[in-house]
Design a protein around this ligand. Structure first.
Ligand SMILES: Nc1ncnc2c1ncn2[C@@H]1O[C@H](COP(=O)(O)OP(=O)(O)OP(=O)(O)O)[C@@H](O)[C@H]1O
Length: 602
């Protein structure tokens, strides 16, 4: 299947009933069919017990109260109590079992989605808001869970209930039964007209709630920028509107619902009134007994419960359909970058990298962002990639990591095409340090071991020393066991950078990709970073998207990228002699640095 288009239609709250989705959802129930069949039997027994109650009530009136027979009263009274106790026990068991199964199915589905998401290619995540992807794993699986937990069981229970009641009413007195159903067409008319409006109103209320969530998410993520730009009052007004929309939508839904159900009850009462009226006359005529009419009316009261429950399950079913569609779309998306069937494990490499006439575009309808890239890098060489923003520097390294596949040409590492080896073996031998060093929640040690969990403690300490993090880590009371919060928010920018160097050093890759940070840190940290960089680069082929003049000058090969092409290639001295773009770039940067140094007095 092609990549999913997450357009606005995608977020519809409800979708028509879809048999194929339903069948697929049922497949998740299959592993639990034994438990579910057992639950089904319990539910049926419970229904039968509950349906017996009005009959017993009728009997206690006719054979007990009217005839003054104490034994019947005792026995039936005891039976009614026993039925309630057994019903309660069975209800407890079935709720426990169905909750347990529902949670297991949710667990399976969530796990499957998570595992699959991790295999999907970068292109899948490009342009898809993280919030929407997250909501598929949480909200959408929950909607399915609710359907299984509440909906399915309610459906089985209420349908059996309804069929049972109708059958009993017809069996007791078909004429009276038909009389009591006389108001049904009116009921269907009212519910058929108003129910979609209630559902629409609730759906709008949920949508306005998701707008609130989105806004909250963005506000929390961007709180620094918001406060820096003093946007609080503008944001308050925006939130106020969203909040008011939600209140309005909810109030409308609630008002509609509060109007509909009393009308439904009134219509229901109409049928009951007719039965009471005719029934009472028949009792006086001696055709029916009092107990019979009481039992009949009791069944009628029970008739409306399942109808309202079923209409709720129906809307639950439709919203689960929309969730199922979104979940299956993700599960059906094939990872674009994956191992070929005949892919081999890439053996230990030396680090020679060749780009043979490589071209690339981010989408079929997108322009080429790389064209005719030719490169031959020897093992251990240090390559600096420079060029204006948007030139294609990151794209070159993305192709080397196989985050995307080149659309033309070949990329060879030690003579092996990157497409012919397994992704894992390729990526294990390439390390990457990005500008914004992503630190995971967990301890400092966890983060260091991220690429090599089996590293010895000794190797860990050495790596930490080399990248100079031992100094600041030893100042934390818990040392390497210090918990760094999500994204390393407890650490400074420089410390995060050093930690990222340590992580890559410990994983010991042959090729290193480094996106040099542009953000300035204090001179001491800068020195630490330079020293750490020196350790990390030792003996590895390195591709550095370079911003610092010293890094650029020290590189063995400098690539000047412009508009997706390598326009100049060579060492610093060679390129300076050419008097081309590199010289211009270098001189501009040099002057900038000089004036910055003059300003800061460094
Ligand atoms: N995921 C993407 N989908 C579509 N186009 C993209 C994507 N990533 C980058 N591009 C486009 O590809 C071109 C090259 O981007 P690239 O990120 O490689 O530039 P860069 O030289 O690394 O820029 P910078 O120095 O600003 O990071 C740009 O025109 C950019 O808009």
């Amino acid at each position: 299947m092609s990549q999913v288009e997450w357009d606005s239609d995608d977020e519809l709250e409800e979708k028509p009933f879809n048999k194929a989705y339903m069948r697929r959802l049922f497949r998740y129930l299959l592993p639990y069919r034994k438990i579910l069949s057992f639950v089904g039997i319990i539910v049926l027994i419970n229904m039968a017990l509950s349906l017996a109650e009005p009959l017993l009530l009728g009997y206690i009136i006719d054979a007990g109260i009217v005839k003054g027979d104490y034994t019947v009263i005792h026995w039936i009274g005891f039976s009614l109590l026993a039925i309630r106790i057994i019903s309660w026990l069975l209800g407890y068991v079935h709720t426990r079992l169905i909750n347990f199964t529902g949670q297991r199915i949710l667990f399976d589905l969530r796990q499957q989605l998570f595992n699959h998401l991790q295999t999907l290619s970068f292109r899948f995540f490009d342009g898809r808001p993280a919030g929407k992807i997250m909501s598929r794993i949480t909200n959408d699986t929950n909607a399915i869970g609710e359907l299984i937990n509440g909906g399915l069981i309610t459906m089985v229970m209420e349908v059996t209930h309804l069929v049972g009641i109708v059958a009993i009413l017809l069996w007791m007195d078909w004429q009276l039964a038909l009389l009591s159903f006389a108001s049904l067409p009116l009921l269907f008319l009212v519910v058929g007209k108003l129910q979609p409006r209630i559902e629409g109103a609730y759906s709008r209320s949920r949508k306005t709630m998701s707008a609130i969530n989105g806004n909250l998410n963005e506000t929390i993520q961007g709180i620094r920028v918001i406060q820096a730009f003093s946007r609080q009052s503008v944001n308050n007004r925006k939130f106020d509107t969203l909040n008011a929309n939600n209140k309005q939508a909810y109030m409308r839904a609630a008002t509609l619902e509060n109007t509909v159900w009393p009308i439904v009850e009134m219509i229901g009462m109409l049928g009951t009134c007719l039965v009471v009226w005719f029934g009472a006359m028949k009792v006086l005529d001696g055709v029916l007994t009092l107990g019979f009419v009481m039992a009949f009316i009791n069944y009628l009261w029970r008739f409306w419960g399942p109808i309202s429950a079923l209409s709720k399950v129906y809307s639950q079913l439709l919203s689960a359909m929309a969730s199922a569609e979104r979940i299956f779309e993700v599960l059906d998306t094939e990872p674009e970058i994956k191992d070929r069937a005949e892919a081999k494990v890439m053996k230990s490499i030396r680090g020679e990298v060749i780009f043979e006439d490589v071209s690339f575009r981010y989408g079929e309808d997108k322009p080429e962002v790389l064209q005719g890239i030719q490169l031959h890098i020897q093992p251990g060489q240090r390559v600096a990639i420079v060029g204006p923003t948007g030139a294609g520097k990151s794209t070159i390294v993305n192709l080397l990591m196989r985050f995307y596949d080149a659309t033309g040409g070949r990329i060879l590492i030690d003579g092996q095409d990157v497409k012919d080896v397994t992704l894992e073996s390729l990526r294990k031998q390439i390390g990457i340090v990005l500008q914004d060093s992503f630190i995971f929640s967990g301890t400092i040690e966890d983060n260091l071991r991220y690429g090599n969990e089996d590293a010895s403690d000794e190797a860990l300490r050495q790596a930490a020393q080399h990248v100079r993090i031992d100094g600041f880590v030893s100042q934390f009371p818990e040392g390497y066991d210090t918990q760094v919060e999500e994204r390393g928010s407890k650490l400074s920018v420089g410390q995060r950078q050093l930690l990222a160097f340590g992580r890559v050093l410990l994983s010991d890759p042959r090729i290193l990709i480094l996106d040099e940070a542009t953000s300035s840190v204090d001179t001491e940290t800068e020195q630490h970073i330079q020293a750490a960089l020196h350790s990390v680069l030792q003996g590895r082929t390195a591709f550095i998207i370079a911003h610092r003049l010293s890094t650029i000058r020290d590189a063995d090969v400098i690539l000047v990228v412009r508009d997706g092409r390598i326009t100049e290639q060579g060492s610093h001295d060679e390129l300076m002699l050419k008097d081309g773009m590199y010289k211009k770039l270098y001189m501009t940067q040099f002057e900038m640095q000089q004036s910055l140094a003059a300003k800061t007095g460094a």
